[in-house]
Design a protein around this ligand. Structure first.
Ligand code: SAH
Ligand code: MG
Length: 213
């Protein structure tokens, strides 16, 4: 399927399942005003992440890489009653902005934003587990580490999702270290006996894994 046809199908699906949402748009506007990079997930990805959180009835979820809080807002809305999304964000600026945005979105009591690098925060976060859902969208070099952490800290039947599994297509012919890291991650996920692996052609590629029992 040509890329263009794929995009047309995503537009088609989006026209069916997405509705204009001023709260989510405000988070994207804040990212723009604060001059943050435009690397958040797309609306249909966000919708899908929320859909996954609902699928596993997520009460405890983790997001690694939060930026302005766009994907976090989608996921937090899909949590079970009283659930918590722990967000791990390395940048002080991004942590502050996402905290402001998620509070303004009425999601302040559902999210716990922990500022620091994933490799520093996640070992401590493990005490709050096991988790129902883990979404990886931070530094690509650490994806293999995050996958291993998720293998240890997801409940049986819990779900892993990771953004940018395609790297704009460069995962097939890697051009840089980040492309190679994602290729290694995809292969590691496929070979990891703890997961039922899958990669969906949604947006920039969404890698998925069900934690086996
Ligand atoms: N998930 C967000 C986009 C995340 S962009 C969304 O879709 O809305 C990637 C984020 O990862 C950036 O905010 C960056 O600061 C953060 N990041 C980079 N390295 C990190 C690390 N080592 N640990 C945690 N976060 C990191
Ligand atoms: Mg991403």
């Amino acid at each position: 399927m040509s890329d263009n046809l794929r995009e047309q199908f995503e537009e088609y699906i989006g026209s069916l399942v997405l509705t204009p949402d001023a709260t989510l748009q405000a988070i994207q506007d804040s990212a723009e005003v604060n001059d943050l990079p435009r690397i958040s997930v797309q609306p249909l990805d966000g919708y899908f992440l929320q859909w996954l959180a609902r699928l596993v009835n997520a009460k405890k979820a983790v997001e690694i890489g939060t930026l302005a809080g766009y994907s976090a807002a989608w996921i937090a809305r899909g949590l079970a009653e009283g659930g918590t999304l722990y967000c791990v964000e390395a940048s002080e600026k991004h942590a502050r902005i996402s905290r402001e945005n998620l509070t303004a979105s009425g999601l302040g009591s559902s999210v716990d934003i922990q500022q620091g690098a994933g490799k520093d925060i996640l070992p401590k976060l493990a005490a709050h587990g096991p988790f129902d859902f883990v979404f990886i969208d931070a530094d690509k070099a650490s994806y293999p580490y995050y996958l291993d952490w998720a293998g240890h800290n997801l409940r049986p039947g819990g779900l892993l999702a990771a953004h940018n599994a395609y790297r704009g297509g460069r995962v097939i012919l890697p051009e840089g270290d980040d492309d190679r890291a994602i290729d290694a991650f995809n292969r590691q996920l496929a070979a990891d006996d703890r997961f039922w692996p899958m990669i969906l052609p949604l947006g920039d590629g969404m890698a998925l894994g069900i934690r086996k029992s």
